[in-house]
Structures are given as C-alpha cells and as structure tokens.
Design a protein. Sequence first.
Length: 79
Amino acid sequence: MSQQPGWTDLAQKFMGQQQQQAQQQGAQQQPDGLQRLMAENEAKRQAQAMALAQFNQLQEQAAAQRDQYRQRMAAQLRG
C-alpha cells in the first residue's frame, strides 16, 4: 500500500499552489490576514476530506478482510 502524505504536507502544497496562482495573475502584494486564513482553512478542509476518504477506504478493506477470515474459519470448522 502506498504511503499517503499527511495533511500538513497537503496544506503546504495547497498554499504553494495558491501563491503560484497569485503570482501568475500578477498579484505581487502579500495576501491580507483574512485571505491567508481562508486559504489555510481551505487547505485543512481539503486535507481532512482526503484523510477521511482514506480512513473510510481502510475501514472497508478491514471489514472485507474480517469477512474473508470469518468465512475461512467457518469452512475449516465445518471440515
């Protein structure tokens, strides 16, 4: 299974993308505090959504593995 980046990595990546977009649009001024907070919150929200999706996927995989294990054990007990 591949290693997924942590939410802080994703937040930094998102902030980097936002800064890149601002530079491409010719906005040289620093973002004000509200814009910066909004960008940070959006990055955290996206990262949390990705982490939740990954967690849910792992939960589903674990449930499937449990079911397979139970079926194998039941088959062995039946002989």
